[in-house]
Design a protein around this ligand. Structure first.
Ligand code: SF4
Ligand code: SF4
Length: 312
């Protein structure tokens, strides 16, 4: 049977505008309301204005909640974001024997996705398997599961799995119900409880699904496998930023992954086999696309820095 989550239905512009009109204030600002939004954007902030919604209703909203949106650009980014990159099947390999909690991956990710300091798409967790084995650091992003429970619970098709394996979110559709947060066994998602860090700076940007920017209050954020970078043949932000060679990233179809630090490309199947790779909670049947190499042969002691608390 075809897995619908792997083959997201493309949305026509008409479908999009129709649907978005049903799901809240963000939708109200689109479609036929765009003209009205532009007309009133010069009005004094905090003043109530009347808008015509996509389904023909006249509503009154605070002018502070209105932003003009380039609908064509938004639609283009939404369609592209759902398509995925043809012929690719992205995977990440994390070598735990090399992570020294440099946190460059985290910094790079937070900067690219305009996250607040307390928000993480990837974080390093302190791990200790038994009393007799040393502690180690474990970077943990979204696992981009092939059988993602987060996708199957979303009531509005806002989060979806692409043909290239990446699980993304369309925050112009997200209604903030947080079902996906409850469904994810890896705690990979977080909710934008507050105004985004760069809300003022980003207010004219059209939302890019692949970059997950601008962040939007009341919606979900999580790791995107840097889909925007993959589209231009570059490695993900975190992978490129690591100084210690922790990350490999590549295409499972080509059986090849590239180390973000050394730029060495190796055979994926061999790397996994030679190092006893495993996946997180594989017994759940989620089929993660992130593989871990165990923290063996570490040549450095565990450093318990002040920033290594489990924050995700
Ligand atoms: S790790 Fe969580 S958010 Fe990511 S695809 Fe799997 S279930 Fe979904
Ligand atoms: S919070 Fe999650 S489940 Fe709810 S609409 Fe948004 S993406 Fe879908």
């Amino acid at each position: 049977m075809e897995d619908e989550s792997k083959n997201p239905k493309p949305k026509s512009r008409r479908d999009f505008v129709k649907n978005i009109g049903l799901i809240g204030l963000g939708g109200i600002a689109l479609g036929s309301s765009l003209y009205a939004a532009k007309r009133f954007e010069e009005k004094k902030k905090g003043q109530n204005v009347k808008l015509l919604t996509a389904d023909g209703k006249l509503v009154e909203v605070d002018s502070l909640d209105i932003k003009s949106i380039d609908v064509d650009r938004l639609t283009e980014l939404q369609e592209r974001g759902r398509e995925g990159i043809p012929g690719k099947s992205w995977v990440m390999v994390v070598d735990l024997s090399k992570c020294r909690n440099a946190r460059k991956c985290i910094d790079s990710c937070q900067s690219a996705h305009h996250l607040r300091p307390e928000q993480y798409h990837i974080n390093t967790l302190q791990m200790k398997d038994t009393d007799r084995t040393p502690a180690y650091h474990m970077p943990k992003p979204c696992q981009h599961c092939d059988n993602p429970p987060c996708v199957s619970v979303c009531p509005v098709d806002a989060t979806f799995k692409r043909n290239d394996g990446i699980v993304l979110i369309d925050n112009e559709r997200c209604i903030g119900c947080r079902f996906c947060i409850a469904a994810c066994p890896y705690s990979a998602r977080s909710f934008n409880w507050f105004e985004p860090k760069d809300a003022e700076k980003d207010k004219e940007l059209a939302y890019d699904i692949e970059l997950n920017v601008p962040q939007k209050k009341g919606t979900i954020t999580k790791c995107c496998f840097s889909a925007d970078r993959l589209r231009i043949n570059k490695l993900p932000y975190c992978v490129s930023a690591c100084p210690n060679g922790v990350y490999y990233f590549g295409d499972e179809n080509e059986d090849a992954v590239t180390n973000g630090t050394t730029k060495e490309t190796v055979r994926l199947s061999q790397l996994l086999k030679d190092n006893g790779a495993y996946q997180l909670m594989e017994e759940l049947g989620t089929k993660p696309r992130v593989f871990y190499l165990p923290p063996k042969n570490r040549l450095f002691p565990f450093s318990d820095s002040s920033e290594t608390e489990n924050k995700s």
